[in-house]
Design a protein around this ligand. Structure first.
Ligand code: UTP
Length: 473
């Protein structure tokens, strides 16, 4: 079947109304773009899956399956539990030392709420050093390599998308990989999916020769791992454990030995870090079980009564807030990745999508949502993992989670809160070893100097009274 027939048979005649007006070069470009998009998913399947996603989203809102917290066998808090932390740390660090741990970063998002044109990882949150998020993260790997004494640099797989790929790569190159070996950083691209109109029926054009396409969501990670043959790379390098995290959390502890050790010790195939939900109203996804299967429940899916329910300890019964920080055993990926890629559902996001009207030749900039972007969610694979192989580790929010979502000057999760969280954590660690920091003074502890509070004893008794001091290794 020709590419035109393929799309027409899926009800997409509208794409070709301007075909006669295109010159030969543009026409062949257009058809080759359509052909490329259909290789990922056929137009008919795309329309069918979009319809399914629309009705699923209505069903989710009505779903009343029983939502419960994870059982104690799957859930542990290391807040105020120094002995568990120590035990897991030793196990995890040994695995890092042995070169068994890889880090996978999701950096394919477009960061629309933040409003910066560059990828989020390049963002300067206003620390005294003006380091970017990427640099802070790279330096954590450098200190962990030093701490573990590993002879094999920790591989860092950076997932980008069409909108972030080139700028991200150029940024790393321009900054000499922030002191890492360039060979330990692997960039790989996630896929894109075409967007549809609000009815989920018609594909949209972004120009005379291109469909509107956007990254396929954080769940696109699995297909990207498969398409880029990362499992083969893991195998070659002897990787057994994967630490996955989001680019926008300045406090993320890359390859965290405590978390890896927790998963190894209990034989979990998939594990996730959570922080304690602040209060019943916080808009966060929760790690829980539904019909005895691990899952993420969106805040909109539970009633206000259930959200506010307390357990016998006086804490919220459902309090495990998802920070999208996951552990995967390579064994699990080898076993299940292919079927995840086949069967993961799509979700709809109604958006204002700039597009091209091929009947008038006009470029449209809508002020109201006019279309649907399809996305996959990383957590949709959780229910397929058996509960005894699924672990959840509660960690301290102040030490591990401060996401950068919103533009400067907004109410929360913005550059100011990221900066404050990073400086406060470093400052508290200095105070803990006996340094003094004068009121109103910012001291930045470089991630290259200290991974998690170690290596600071040289500052015992030191008084910091000069603002914007940066402590480097
Ligand atoms: P968010 O869902 O917060 O999206 O991503 P975002 O792109 O950063 O910001 P908005 O929603 O456009 O304002 C959480 C994490 O998932 C990654 C992001 O890069 C971030 O690390 N992500 C998201 C991807 O890697 N690919 C995607 O398609 C979506």
């Amino acid at each position: 079947m020709s590419v035109i027939d393929l799309y027409k048979s899926a009800g997409q005649e509208q794409l070709f109304q301007h075909l006669d007006q295109l010159n030969e070069t543009d026409k062949s470009q257009f058809l080759s773009n359509l052909e490329a998009a259909s290789r990922r998913i056929s137009p008919q399947k795309l329309v069918d899956d979009c319809k399914k996603a629309i009705s699923q989203s209505a069903e989710n809102a009505r779903d009343s399956s029983s939502v419960e917290p994870l059982p104690a066998t799957s859930y542990q808090s290391v807040i105020d539990n120094a002995s568990a932390q120590e035990e897991y740390y030793k196990i995890g660090l040994e695995s890092v030392t042995n070169g068994e741990v890889a880090v996978v970063l999701m950096a394919g998002g477009q960061g629309t709420r933040l409003g910066s044109s560059a990828p989020k990882g390049c963002y300067d949150i206003g620390l005294p050093s003006h380091k970017s998020l990427f640099q802070i993260q790279a330096e954590k790997l450098i200190s962990l390599q030093r701490l573990s004494g590993t002879k094999s640099p920790i591989p860092w797989y950076v997932m980008t998308s069409k909108p972030t790929h080139n700028t991200t790569k150029d940024f790393f190159e321009k900054h000499n990989y922030f002191g890492l070996e360039s060979s330990q950083v692997v960039f790989f691209n996630q896929g894109t999916l075409p967007a549809l109109d609000l009815q989920g029926e018609k594909l949209l054009l972004s120009s005379p020769t291109d469909l509107v396409e956007s990254p396929d969501g954080n769940g696109g990670l699995y297909r990207a791992i498969k398409d880029n043959q990362l499992l083969q790379d893991f195998e070659k390098k002897g990787i057994k454990h994967v630490y996955m995290y989001c680019v926008d959390n300045v406090l993320s502890k890359l390859a965290d030995p405590v978390f890896i050790g927790f998963a190894i010790k209990h034989g979990f195939e998939l594990a996730t870090k959570v922080v304690r939900k602040r209060d019943a109203n916080e808009s966060v996804g929760l790690i829980a079980t539904k019909d005895n299967k691990p899952c993420v429940i969106e805040y909109s899916e539970i009633s206000p009564e259930l959200a506010a329910e307390k357990d016998s300890s006086g804490l919220l019964k459902l309090r495990a807030a998802n920070i999208v920080n996951h552990y995967y055993s390579v064994e699990l990926l080898k076993r299940d990745l292919d079927q995840w890629c086949e069967h993961m559902p799509y979700h709809i996001a109604k958006k204002k999508i700039p597009c091209y009207d091929n009947t008038t030749g006009e470029s449209l900039k809508p002020t109201e949502p006019n279309g649907i972007k399809l996305e996959q969610f990383i957590f949709d694979v959780f229910p397929g993992v058996s509960l005894d192989k699924f672990g959840c580790l509660e960690v301290d929010r102040a030490q591990e989670f401060s996401p950068l979502k919103n533009a400067p000057g907004t109410a929360n999760d913005n550059p100011e809160t990221s900066r404050a969280a990073y400086l406060e954590l470093g400052g508290n660690r200095l105070k803990k070893i006996g340094a003094q920091i004068a009121d109103g003074v910012s001291v930045e502890v470089s991630s290259k100097l200290s991974y998690a509070g170690e290596n600071l004893s040289q500052y015992k008794g030191k008084v910091f009274d000069k603002d914007n001091t940066v402590l480097e290794n």
